[in-house]
Design a protein around this ligand. Structure first.
Ligand SMILES: [Zn+2]
Length: 278
């Protein structure tokens, strides 16, 4: 299932490492995640999420503000997996962050007695996979540069989830089974719309969905829904929400342009897509 990120031979598990027949070894950290990063000259590593972003993410997701997305995503994922005829279904979360969605799905499935599923989370941030591995023992988390290549065997994955994260369709097409599905969540232009009155936030492009569809070929969109919620948030909750977003990397965009009211209705608007081969 796992392949060596250096030579693509199969990896086998030892006590504290994964190792390929060519003796490339990868450490299993004490928290349980696997470090599959390869240092290559001239290849820059993707920038992983900052510690503060991850903690804000855990706080916001833990408070249930994205429960509307979680329930729609899990329903879609369960339906996709129900069509997988293999005895073991493998679910990959690419850009898993601190593992909230994958970990919660795994726990719910285990509680429902579905034990024929394996859950792998990939992220480029060490802090993210460290937090994920500590919080979600039902899944395996990997530190890897998935934008370059995904160290997973060809045609071995049942479903890939990519939630607010970059997509590598070339690798998705290689690792997915012929019946596999890709589930994607992207913000719509309405996401955070009220907050734009108070903050100079990054714009969400109108044509994002169209560009995604074009880059996904030969995969095609089978389902597409917009799911939304409008919680009333405190200034502190708004700060956490922005801290887990790409705006966090732009200091000026995090500064309020005018005083925030005690309670701010905030639209959370996400497009959820399911893609598979025609
Ligand atoms: Zn190797």
């Amino acid at each position: 299932m796992l392949i060596c990120p250096v030579c693509t031979s199969p990896l086998s598990r030892h006590t504290k490492t994964f190792e390929c027949p060519q003796r490339h070894t990868f450490d299993i950290a004490k928290e349980g995640y696997v470090n599959l990063l390869v240092s290559k000259k001239g290849v820059s590593r993707p920038e992983g999420d900052h510690r503060e972003m991850l903690h804000a993410r855990r706080e916001v997701l833990g408070a249930g503000h994205f429960a509307f997305l979680q329930s729609a995503l899990f329903k879609m994922l369960e339906a996709a997996l129900a069509k997988d005829s293999d005895s073991l279904s493998t679910i990959l979360d690419v850009g898993c962050g601190e593992g909230y969605y994958l970990g919660t799905f795994a726990a719910q499935q285990a509680a429902a007695g579905n034990l024929n599923q394996a859950y792998f989370g990939f992220d480029a941030s060490k802090e993210a996979v460290r937090l994920a591995a500590k919080s979600h023992p039902g899944c395996t988390f990997f530190l890897a540069d998935v934008f370059h290549s995904i160290p997973i065997a060809t045609r071995s994955v049942s479903a890939i989830t990519v939630l607010f994260s970059p997509r590598n369709f070339q690798e998705f097409a290689r690792i997915l089974k012929a019946t596999g599905n890709i589930l994607i969540a992207i913000p719509t232009p309405d996401h955070f719309k009220e907050l734009r009155e108070y903050f100079d936030l990054l714009k969400i492009e109108e044509e994002k969905e169209q560009r995604l569809i074009e880059s996904a070929a030969p995969y095609v969109v089978r389902e597409s829904h917009i799911v939304e919620a409008q919680p009333s948030l405190t200034a502190e909750q708004v700060h956490s929400l922005l801290t887990m977003s790409p705006n966090f990397r732009h200091t000026a965009r995090m500064q309020a342009l005018k005083p925030l009211p005690a309670s701010i209705p905030t639209t959370l608007s996400v497009q959820l897509l399911r893609l598979s081969l025609p």
